[in-house]
Design a protein around this ligand. Structure first.
Ligand SMILES: *[C@@H]1O[C@H](CO)[C@@H](O)[C@H](O)[C@H]1NC(C)=O
Ligand SMILES: *[C@@H]1O[C@H](CO)[C@@H](O)[C@H](O)[C@H]1NC(C)=O
Ligand SMILES: *[C@@H]1O[C@H](CO)[C@@H](O)[C@H](O)[C@H]1NC(C)=O
Ligand SMILES: *[C@@H]1O[C@H](CO)[C@@H](O)[C@H](O)[C@H]1NC(C)=O
Ligand SMILES: *[C@@H]1O[C@H](CO)[C@@H](O)[C@H](O)[C@H]1NC(C)=O
Length: 515
């Protein structure tokens, strides 16, 4: 082990000696030194020469500004170096960087900036000389900008890992020319400005992590070239709007995480270009509305996380395009109902497979639109789903629909809203014997099917079978359109599609359940 202690007072002497040795080409990039104060300024400007391992990169000497643990430990030609940066700022032209010229075989390199240290830039000059580099990590720096070609166009680089560096801006071509780059990890920074061309020319990128940053808008076609990308993490940002154009080109994307953002609305076809998507995380946003075609195109989707939002109603056709779902999580929303029509597309998986539906912590109103829960609970082979159904509560003694949006409003007296948006029960609706009691939260399955109120109005706007006469699974299909179509009773094309699907679904389920 060759440890050289850099005693500040001896540094000058040492380097003056070394300056008499012949220059190498490598050292040329250090010629235009920024002058530093006092002794060290002279030293640095005259110290471009490395013929022997002047600074042993692998010394692990914590008295150095930059010290690395290397493997293999022989130090001669390390393949792996894990380095710490100590003791104040390490300027771009600091002589400590020269030590890397002795370690040209490095494949894995990591810099951790310690509390006492400071790194404000990507050491591009050094990185550019490490032709064999496969993984690079820099963490806990204070690096506000990632400039174009910051990583030296290295062709072998597979992983760039830059967490916790206070990065604000990704410039165009920041990661360009890395033909083999597969993972780009940028989580836990302050990224706000992403150039439209930040993610170009990285044709093999598989994972991109932008989680926990300050991103509030994405660019149309900003990920367009990432046709191999499989995982895109954007959770914990400030994204308020989602547009189809943002996700153009991501034809192999399997996982999209958008949890903990500020999304309020999911528009039609917004994910329609994500043909391969299997997991979509939209939990913990502010979603209030979902277009009934929002999930169109997601034919491979297995996991849909919508928990912890503000969803009050869902159009019943919403899940028709995602019939491959294995998990639909709608916990902690403001749903007032979930009808048989909503879940018809998922029935196959719910009954036969391990698919899960979670609806805890909503504002479901106890009425016969929830009857399907009993049937599903009776018939599913999936114990976990049965358990999950057991946990669903509803509010007994509350009026069924919001007065302003309901197609039923004209035929039903809803009473007034109190300051929480709950109904003040001032009406004496003949249809609802329970209306006079204060609303109470009860467990749906414990309540029992026969106890679910079933006002006539739930029969639907077009005078279809009255579910009060029959509270079975199959008689409830029409209620879905009554509850789902928030803009009134227009039978648009989607309603016709829904009708067709419900009819087919009925057939399938009827056969399966031998009802
Ligand atoms: C790091 O260096 C930059 C640039 O010199 C300076 O602005 C910043 O305050 C330093 N931060 C710390 C923690 O030393
Ligand atoms: C990387 O490529 C860009 C554009 O082709 C070029 O301007 C830059 O000098 C290259 N950087 C290195 C270190 O080769
Ligand atoms: C988010 O990033 C900040 C630094 O930018 C970090 O302090 C914080 O722990 C991160 N949060 C999570 C949940 O990782
Ligand atoms: C369930 O599986 C059976 C075969 O095991 C199949 O015939 C049926 O269509 C599946 N779907 C439902 C909803 O039961
Ligand atoms: C509804 O159920 C009743 C009996 O429970 C049955 O007579 C009627 O045919 C059913 N209607 C439909 C549309 O399935």
């Amino acid at each position: 082990m060759r440890t050289i202690n850099i005693d500040r007072t001896l540094t000058g002497l040492m380097l003056v000696l070394l300056a008499t040795l012949p220059c190498t080409t490598v050292a040329r990039s250090y010629e235009k030194q920024t002058m530093r104060k006092g002794k060290s300024a002279q030293i640095v400007s005259s110290a471009p020469t490395i013929t022997t391992p002047l600074m042993d990169l692998c010394s692990e000497d914590i008295n150095m500004k930059l010290a690395c643990h290397c493997s293999p430990e022989s130090h001669a030609k390390a393949q792996k170096a894990s380095c710490s940066i100590f003791d104040g700022e390490l300027p771009r032209k600091d002589y400590n960087w020269l030590a890397f010229h002795t370690q040209t075989e490095l494949e894995h390199l990591k810099f951790t900036v310690r509390k006492s240290g400071n790194l404000t830039y990507i050491p591009s000059d050094v990185i550019a000389t490490l032709y064999k580099l496969r993984t690079l990590t820099i963490e806990y720096g204070i690096i506000s900008d990632i400039y174009p070609f910051a990583f030296g166009n290295l062709t072998e680089l597979r992983v760039i890992n830059l967490p916790n560096n206070q990065i604000v801006t990704l410039h165009g071509n920041a990661f360009a020319h890395h033909k083999s780059l597969e993972e780009l990890m940028l989580e836990n920074n302050y990224i706000k400005k992403i150039d439209r061309d930040a993610f170009v020319d990285v044709p093999k990128l598989i994972k991109l992590n932008l989680a926990n940053n300050s991103i509030f808008n994405l660019h149309d076609n900003g990920f367009e070239e990432l046709t191999k990308l499989e995982e895109l993490r954007l959770e914990s940002n400030q994204i308020a709007v989602l547009a189809r154009e943002y996700f153009k080109g991501l034809e192999n994307l399997k996982i999209l995480k958008l949890s903990y953002n500020d999304v309020e609305y999911l528009g039609a076809f917004v994910f329609a270009d994500l043909w391969s998507l299997q997991m979509l995380f939209l939990d913990s946003n502010r979603i209030e509305k979902i277009d009934e075609r929002a999930f169109d195109g997601l034919t491979s989707l297995n996991y849909l996380h919508l928990e912890n939002n503000r969803i009050t109603t869902i159009d019943s056709a919403t899940f028709t395009s995602v019939s491959a779902l294995q998990l639909l999580n709608l916990d902690s929303n403001r749903l007032t109902t979930m009808t048989y029509g909503h879940i018809v597309p998922l029935m196959d998986n719910l009954v036969n497979n391990s698919a899960l539906l979670s609806l805890r912590d909503n504002r479901l109103i106890c009425d016969c639109r929830l009857s399907w829960m009993y049937d599903l609970s009776d018939r599913t082979r999936n114990e976990e789903l049965r358990e999950s159904l057991k946990g669903i509560d509803c509010i007994l003694g509350q009026t069924p629909e919001e007065p302003t949006r309901s197609p039923l409003a004209s035929s039903y007296d809803f009473g007034q809203l109190d300051e929480n948006g709950e109904y003040i029960d001032d009406s004496a609706s003949e249809n609802d014997a329970l209306a006079k009691e204060a609303p109470q939260t009860v467990n749906v399955l414990k309540l029992g099917r026969e106890e679910l109120p079933c006002p006539e109005e739930l029969a639907g706007p077009t005078g279809d079978p009255n579910p009060r006469e029959s509270k079975g699974l199959f008689n409830l299909s029409w209620n879905s359109s009554a509850a789902g179509d928030r803009y009134g009773g227009n039978i648009g094309s989607s309603s016709i599609v829904l009708l067709a699907i419900v009819t087919v679904g009925l057939g399938v389920v009827r056969r399966t359940l031998s009802c």
